[in-house]
Design a protein around this ligand. Structure first.
Ligand SMILES: CC(C)(COP(=O)(O)OP(=O)(O)OC[C@H]1O[C@@H](n2cnc3c(N)ncnc32)[C@H](O)[C@@H]1OP(=O)(O)O)[C@@H](O)C(=O)NCCC(=O)NCCS
Length: 191
């Protein structure tokens, strides 16, 4: 095993890209996490059930995230220059970067609020996270991988724009109990 979830964590200092600020996710992000997890459009290609009860969602999913075990691999995405109307916790999505369970590669993923899809936010945030974290966490970009449910063309496109390419297809057991067909992606040599 090359990479261990126990031994690794994202660099904790916030950083910025052209339009965005990335910072560690925290408990105050619960309202936006709830918004994302209860939206069928967002979870459609994740294989997660659509959350319908906010309290149960908080107890079963968000507390686990906030316990540190998972939060340490998530960055909240915010606008770099928030508008006055934005809430204090103005998260508009998140990027995750963590060792795959088999420890052989570093997985990347992201969710963005649907109202903001198509503005290049996932692409900008993902590229920024890779550029910032690979040297600080000491892994080569060639070890970055992702899995995308077949049909999630927007996500596949984000990854291809950032520098990954499809290397194959597989099936996997999804958290909602279904079996999903997935594209496997790896960082393209030379990207
Ligand atoms: C996937 C997701 C993060 C993309 O976020 P985004 O900020 O809209 O992404 P970007 O704007 O950076 O890029 C989207 C790209 O996909 C393209 N795209 C969108 N829908 C598409 C479709 N149905 N078919 C082909 N391309 C599509 C866009 O045109 C754009 O490419 P372009 O810049 O070449 O025009 C967003 O749709 C989301 O949060 N989905 C739900 C969660 C999810 O599925 N996460 C990924 C799990 S693997």
């Amino acid at each position: 095993m090359k990479y261990s979830r126990d031994k690794m964590a994202l660099p904790p200092e916030p950083f910025t890209s052209n339009r965005l600020r990335l910072r560690p996710l925290d408990k105050g992000d619960e309202p936006v996490l709830w918004q994302l997890m209860s939206d069928p459009k967002v979870v459609k290609y994740i294989g997660l059930p659509v959350e319908t009860d906010r309290e149960i969602c908080r107890q079963t999913r968000l507390d686990e995230f906030a316990g540190g075990k998972r939060f340490k691999f998530f960055y909240a995405v915010e606008w770099k220059a928030p508008r006055e109307s934005d809430a204090v916790h103005s998260m508009i999505g998140f990027v995750l970067l963590r060792p795959m369970e088999d420890g052989e590669t570093i997985e990347i993923g992201y969710w963005i609020l649907p109202a903001l899809w198509g503005k290049g936010i996932a692409t900008e945030a993902t590229a920024a996270v890779v550029a910032h974290c690979a040297p600080l966490m000491n892994f080569p970009k060639e070890d970055i991988s992702a899995t995308v449910m077949i049909g999630n063309h927007a996500s596949r496109r984000v990854l291809e724009k950032v520098g990954l390419q499809v290397t194959g297809e597989d099936i996997e057991d999804l958290p909602n109990g279904e079996i999903g067909r997935i594209w496997l992606l790896r960082w393209a040599v030379g990207s």
